[in-house]
Design a protein around this ligand. Structure first.
Ligand code: ATP
Length: 332
């Protein structure tokens, strides 16, 4: 889907891992774009390639056993895949920041919260400790930590899970990145705290004019935060659409199955429909459609040929499915 002047754009990105002496792709030709002020949710089951896509953008994959298998990663037109490592190091944290599911693993338990944020700022900006601490306090206030000035001197274990995630967000946003990659940042939190963090991220995105890539397996979270959605399966995007269009007209059978597996608060239905089968291993990718083995609509062609991501109607909605494309009159 074309986004005008995207901040971040992936074109045909491919990432491979070496397993048992040969290379296998975990990200298989992913193209997407995210504009300023936009939240793109990347959704899919465990193993569908969401995290590897995010780590590939930051070039944070292990240097042995993983490789860039092709494609480009444009940040405001600059191809990160082609940058020397030294320049890439300054992009990380400065222009693109990332937050993860479990803040405790990223925080230093022996250092106060304030000093950790100040240190993160000093890695990218030439500021004195006094100035960096002042900026750190400002960002702690921006992420709405109550009594920020006092909590500045506390250690990570003195914070609740939700407050620790706010600290991680403060640290990520301290250098005003253009892009925030958020990998399941609310999964470990209870629903109320999760909703508060999603609201905070949305406010910060607007305030700073950021682009957010939000990775989750939870369509409920997608409904709360996303402007657009990329559904991933088997290392590929299988459906790409505006969030409203995706929920109104889910088209790929995998998206439909994800929606059926999603708990709902607006109906009395209590039974969820788990998706039978599992995501294929990267060592065992089928030649045809990656979802064919689990698909209720499967036809002969689905096992024999690989479908392309084709536009439906006005092109804002795309799907990688022979059957759905044919139904809508498109040729995959
Ligand atoms: N270091 C690695 N070496 C080999 N294979 C890997 C490695 N990291 C990830 N993979 C494989 O790449 C595929 C995609 O994994 P990825 O972590 O991106 O999925 P995901 O959709 O983010 O799932 P999760 O929500 O569990 O993180 C999986 O099949 C996984 O086993």
């Amino acid at each position: 889907m074309a986004t005008e002047n995207p901040t971040l754009e992936l074109r045909n990105l491919r990432t491979e891992f070496r397993i048992g002496g040969s290379w296998h792709a975990a990200v298989r030709g992913v193209s997407l774009s995210v504009a300023r002020d936009e939240t793109l949710a990347v959704v899919g089951e465990s193993g569908s390639g969401k995290s590897v896509t995010a780590l590939s953008i930051l070039r944070l994959l292990p240097s042995s056993g993983a490789r860039h298998g092709g494609g480009s990663i444009f940040l405001e037109g600059k191809d990160l895949a082609a940058l020397p490592e030294k320049k890439m190091a300054s992009v990380r944290g400065n222009e693109i920041a990332m937050i993860f599911q479990e803040p405790m693993t990223s925080l230093n338990p022996t250092m106060t919260i304030g000093d950790q944020i100040a240190e993160a700022i000093r890695q990218h900006r030439r500021l004195s400790w006094t100035k960096a601490r002042a900026v750190a306090l400002e960002v702690l206030e921006e992420v709405k930590i109550p009594g920020a000035a006092k909590r500045f001197h506390d250690y990570p274990h003195q914070f609740s899970g939700g407050m620790r995630q706010r600290v991680m967000i403060a640290m990520a946003l301290a250098c005003r990145p253009k892009v925030l990659l958020a990998d399941e940042p609310t999964t470990a939190l209870d629903v109320t705290i999760q909703a508060q963090i999603l609201t905070l991220l949305d406010e910060l995105k607007r305030a700073y004019g950021m682009s957010v890539v939000f990775i989750t397996h939870n369509l409920g979270v997608v409904a709360q935060i996303a402007d657009r959605v990329a559904v991933m399966y088997g290392g590929e995007i299988v459906e790409l659409a505006d969030a409203a269009a995706l929920f109104a007209r889910p088209t790929h059978p995998y998206t439909e199955a994800l929606l059926r597996a999603m708990p709902r608060v607006d109906t009395s239905a209590t039974s969820l429909a788990p998706i039978p089968g599992s995501v294929p291993a990267i060592t065992d990718m089928p030649t045809g459609c990656t979802f064919a083995a689990r698909c209720p609509l499967k036809e002969k062609i689905c096992e024999a040929e690989h479908p392309q991501l084709v536009p439906l109607g006005n092109g804002e909605h795309r799907v990688r499915c022979f059957v759905r494309a044919r139904e809508s009159g498109e040729q995959p």
